[in-house]
Every structure is written in structure tokens, then in C-alpha cells.
Design a protein around this ligand. Structure first.
Ligand SMILES: C[S@@+](CC[C@H](N)C(=O)[O-])C[C@H]1O[C@@H](n2cnc3c(N)ncnc32)[C@H](O)[C@@H]1O
Length: 223
């Protein structure tokens, strides 16, 4: 019996600092995925209130949605890209949420500026950007309050390029060519659930990893 083949990972540039990339990403309609991600985070927060941390926030759409679902929460939202932080600042201002969402330009693998104690740490679509994810997981561990909630969602790498092309056709129909290309590259850069489990073992984090859709995985738990 032959072992099931899995294509190798092809990492992509870590930070989305290209202006066109940031703009096309901001213009794209991720409302369905972002709303379901915000709802998943909201469920993970439970009835608690406090301070949450979003890593790789992009244009801050998820923290903005989360603020309306969880009116008692404050959020610190981090991104390493100056172009994304600029977009996020303007979106947060338009939403009138400057007092509840604090934006910070920083590398999610090295957040020395933050002391920790976050009741929830979450992230959507950052993990696959990271060339070495271990420092990221160590920061997630350090920054989460004991018993706090972690919810990290990302793409997962399909077994073949043919499947990556099929997923790109399915999920980016009608999108501009640059967005289709970014999605395909992101699928090839993503980790598989078993690679993520190995990373968590190495970082000493006891979290659950599940494939949730045809292209997503979710890492969650309360360390
Ligand atoms: C695909 S976007 C996702 C944005 C947002 N979370 C969302 O779901 O709409 C990934 C974001 O992660 C940011 N990023 C990549 N590497 C990073 C790092 N090491 N530290 C902080 N942000 C990073 C990129 O600049 C980009 O804004």
C-alpha cells in the first residue's frame, strides 16, 4: 500500500507590505468568513469580558465585527505591515472604535512590547505567512492568561496542486486575478493539521487542531 502523497510547503513573503496586495486584500469581500470567524471567537470567549489580542489583524475587520458581538471586550490588534496598520487605523476610526481597539505595528513572533495576561488570543490567516511558526506559538502561550481562550484559524495545505487549483476556482470566482493568485499561493504556503500538531508539541501548547472546512483548520483551547 503506497503512503498518501502530500505536496511540500512553498512559503510566501511573510508581511503583506506591498501596497497593491494590501489594497486588493482590503477591497475583497471576506465578510462571510470573517463573520463566522468573529462568531467562533465570540463563542470561545464565552460570557467573560476582558482584553483580547488579535495577531496579524490586516484591515482589522474581525476585531471590528467582534466589538459588536462582544460589547464589553477591548482588543489589541497587531500587524507587522505598515500598509495594513494604516488601513486598519482608518477602518477603526470609521467604525468609531478607537477607544476599544488598540492598533500596534509589531511582529507577532516577538511581542516584547506586550506584557501578557490576555483573556483571549486569536488570529485568522496569519499562521501560513510565518516561515518559522515556533516563536509565534511561544508568544501565544506567553501572552494568554491561564485558563484564557486561544482560537487560531488558518488555511490548510491541500494534498496536491490540482486540489489547490480546484479550491481557488471554487472560492475566488469573480475575484481580481491578484486575489486569486494570493489565495492559491496561500494554500501552498499553509500547514497541514499534523504539521501544526507537531509545532504545538514543540512549543509545549496543549490545544486541539481540527479541519473545519474544505480549506480551513482551527486551533483552539484553554491552556
Ligand atoms: C491574510 S492577512 C489576514 C488579515 C486578517 N487577520 C483577516 O483575517 O482579514 C495576514 C496578515 O498577517 C500579517 N502578518 C504577516 N506576518 C506577520 C508577523 N510576523 N507579525 C504580524 N503580522 C504579520 C500580514 O501583514 C497580513 O496583514
Amino acid at each position: 500500500m503506497s503512503a498518501k502523497k502530500q505536496i511540500d510547503r512553498i512559503p510566501e513573503p511573510e508581511v503583506m507590505d506591498d501596497k497593491d496586495e494590501a489594497r486588493v486584500y482590503d477591497d475583497a469581500d471576506f465578510s462571510r468568513v470573517n463573520l463566522s470567524c468573529a462568531r467562533r471567537i465570540h463563542r470561545a470567549l464565552g460570557a467573560k469580558s476582558g482584553h483580547a489580542l488579535d495577531l496579524g489583524t490586516g484591515p482589522a475587520e474581525i476585531p471590528i465585527r467582534l466589538c459588536s458581538l462582544a460589547p464589553d471586550w477591548k482588543i489589541t490588534a497587531v500587524d507587522a505591515s505598515p500598509a495594513m496598520i494604516r488601513l486598519a487605523r482608518s477602518r477603526v476610526k470609521d467604525a468609531g472604535l478607537e477607544k476599544r481597539i488598540r492598533l500596534l505595528r509589531a511582529d507577532a513572533k516577538n511581542l516584547k512590547k506586550l506584557r501578557g495576561g490576555f483573556a483571549a488570543v486569536f488570529s485568522n490567516s496569519l499562521l501560513h505567512h510565518l516561515h518559522d511558526p515556533i516563536p509565534f506559538w511561544l508568544e501565544v502561550k506567553r501572552l494568554t492568561l491561564a485558563g484564557g481562550s486561544i482560537m487560531i484559524q488558518d488555511l490548510r495545505r491541500p494534498p496536491s496542486r490540482a486540489r489547490a487549483r480546484e479550491l481557488t476556482r471554487l472560492h475566488t470566482a469573480g475575484d481580481p486575478p491578484l486575489l486569486k493568485q494570493l489565495f492559491y499561493q496561500s494554500l501552498l504556503a499553509a500547514f497541514t493539521p499534523s504539521e501544526v500538531r507537531e509545532q504545538l508539541r514543540e512549543a509545549g501548547l496543549d490545544l486541539r487542531v481540527r479541519a473545519t472546512t474544505d480549506r480551513h483548520l482551527v486551533v483552539s483551547g484553554n491552556p
